[in-house]
Design a protein around this ligand. Sequence first.
Ligand SMILES: NC(=O)c1ccc[n+]([C@@H]2O[C@H](COP(=O)([O-])OP(=O)(O)OC[C@H]3O[C@@H](n4cnc5c(N)ncnc54)[C@H](O)[C@@H]3O)[C@@H](O)[C@H]2O)c1
Length: 249
Amino acid sequence: MTGRLHDKVVLISGGASGIGAAHAQRFAKEGAKVVIGDLQEEMGQELIVKINKEGGDAEFLLLDVTNEDSWAKVVSSTVSRYGKLTSLINNAGIGSGKKTEAETVEGWNRICAVNQTGVWLGMRASIPEMLKVGGGSIVNISSIYGMVGSPAMIAYHASKGAVRLMTKAAALEYAPKNIRINSVHPGIIETPLAMAMPDKHIDIFVEKTPLGRLGKPGEIAAGSLFLISDDASFVTGSELVIDGGFTAQ
Ligand SMILES: NC(=O)c1ccc[n+]([C@@H]2O[C@H](COP(=O)([O-])OP(=O)(O)OC[C@H]3O[C@@H](n4cnc5c(N)ncnc54)[C@H](O)[C@@H]3O)[C@@H](O)[C@H]2O)c1
């Protein structure tokens, strides 16, 4: 690894599992100080033990992305521990397989609270710290389902589409302050969230993916690594699609 993130302190929401965990491992290898914020304490603690054993510098903090006080505590603890916060990966998310008539108001509100409000709260809590150090970078994990529709998952589509446009709005707002904000749009990636889908749905996705397979969590982390690093110094308000060609058709 090349130490591309040696001067970065990165907070990763939902970093205990799946795509977020892959970010934590890769970023630590690239020299970042990594803070994993998640509801899953045991998994998060196990992951940081592994990262630190391998020579990284990581910490776990309990975070509920739907709660503004929780964000405030995590951001403040991050700055106390590492002196600054330069980067945020807004990754925590939950799925829903409900169609329009089957979705409940409770289900809709829960999906939007985590996937949409959580992303806004994360940006709102972190940006003041980035302003203090003259800039920063945020990656918001959306989905290909924030760009194209499917005949299911109405609330998920709504929340991920919101993440895509919130990203562009915030990017415009903070470009003059040197904070870059981009979205990443994974296709179907081998994680607990995607594997909760019935096998026949997964088979259909594989069949419809030009590269002929599911993606791996590390392939999403590699995209975010570019966006968070100084290599992406002229990239803001953009959307990086990592989907094996799914949305090119
Ligand atoms: N796996 C895919 O195929 C896929 C595709 C497109 C987008 N995504 C997006 O990628 C992101 C990560 O998904 P994943 O597949 O790794 O899922 P995952 O279930 O493996 O991990 C999600 C993590 O978010 C955490 N989380 C959930 N609610 C939270 C809350 N309120 N506060 C803090 N943490 C919370 C969970 O505890 C979990 O550790 C999500 O935003 C998801 O929508 C995933």
